[in-house]
Design a protein around this ligand. Structure first.
Ligand SMILES: Nc1nc2c(ncn2[C@@H]2O[C@H](COP(=O)(O)OP(=O)(O)OP(=O)(O)O)[C@@H](O)[C@H]2O)c(=O)[nH]1
Ligand SMILES: [Mg+2]
Length: 257
């Protein structure tokens, strides 16, 4: 298997759609998921570089693994559900401290998923997904399930249902922008020295594909300088020690009632 040059980690509460987002990007499908146990990674070739994307478990019982997955991360996707205020609050309360092990120049994206439930625009199926692209375009290498050609996902909603969706909105874009500012402060960074919030706060829908490619591909481009810097400094690629992972998982299970 190819060695990753850089690591991106997806964090967030259970059920916010982390697995679905990665599945949408890699397989171009939206399908039923089961709650993630531990974590799983996918390898994406981006130009000459290999990027590993780690999907983590949001369930409390796996919380202990989070900081291990974040070790050496060049980017972290902090994911919430746009219909759940609590899932946004959890990012700050439970997940932000896990990123202490990430690279000092780590990039943070705040991502509100399930935008199809609140934003009429996000209910429109993306053209690229409708073209039923061969999964793995660009060299996606996956662990886990076999590759299956995707079908065109859920059709756009009718005008009647579109008129109803905005009432479901629970988390505004401004709330996400505020959180982004607090993340930078937590990291001791000046907003003026960092990537601006409007570039780093996304709303996505794993269901329709809305903004999913934009999210991942924007981050892929943004982490390239980190690869070059590390290579110049002669540092190795970020890895997750699987033995360490198993031991941590055992400890987590043992301490769970
Ligand atoms: N409407 C809608 N539902 C979604 C979307 N993304 C995920 N879901 C649903 O949300 C539920 C949870 O999705 P997952 O992708 O398993 O969530 P997760 O964050 O990986 O959860 P854990 O693995 O438990 O941490 C599933 O029922 C999905 O079908 C979305 O964009 N829109
Ligand atoms: Mg999952």
């Amino acid at each position: 298997m190819k060695k990753p040059d850089v690591k991106i980690v997806i964090l967030g509460d259970m059920n916010v759609g982390k697995t679905s987002l990665l599945h949408r990007y890699t397989v171009r499908q939206f399908k039923d998921t089961v709650s993630t146990v531990g974590g799983a990674f996918f390898l994406k070739q981006w130009g000459p570089y290999n990027i590993s994307i780690w999907d983590t478990a949001g369930r409390e019982q796996f919380h202990g693994l989070g900081s291990m997955y974040c070790r050496g991360a060049a980017a972290v996707i902090l994911t919430y559900d746009v219909t759940s205020w609590q899932s946004l609050a959890e990012l700050e309360e439970r997940f932000l401290s896990l990123t202490d092990t990430a690279n000092h120049d780590c990039i943070y994206a705040v991502v509100g998923n399930k935008a199809d439930l609140t934003n009429p625009q996000a209910r429109l199926v993306t053209v690229r997904d409708c073209l039923m692209e061969e999964p793995g375009e660009g060299g996606v290498e996956r662990t886990g399930e076999p590759r299956v050609p995707s079908a065109c996902p859920t059709p756009p909603a009718s005008p009647v249902s579109l008129s109803k969706v905005s009432v479901n909105k629970r988390v505004s874009h401004e709330d996400a922008v505020t959180l982004y500012g607090r993340i930078l402060r937590y990291k001791g960074l000046e907003e003026s020295d960092c990537l601006p919030a409007d570039k780093m706060c996304f709303e996505t829908s794993a269901k329709t594909g809305y903004n999913v490619d934009a999210l991942f591909e924007t981050l892929f481009d943004m982490v390239l300088p980190s690869i070059l810097r590390r290579r110049a400094e002669g540092e190795g690629s970020p890895t997750v020690d699987l033995e360490d992972s198993r031991r941590a998982e055992k400890r987590t299970k043992a301490s769970c009632c």
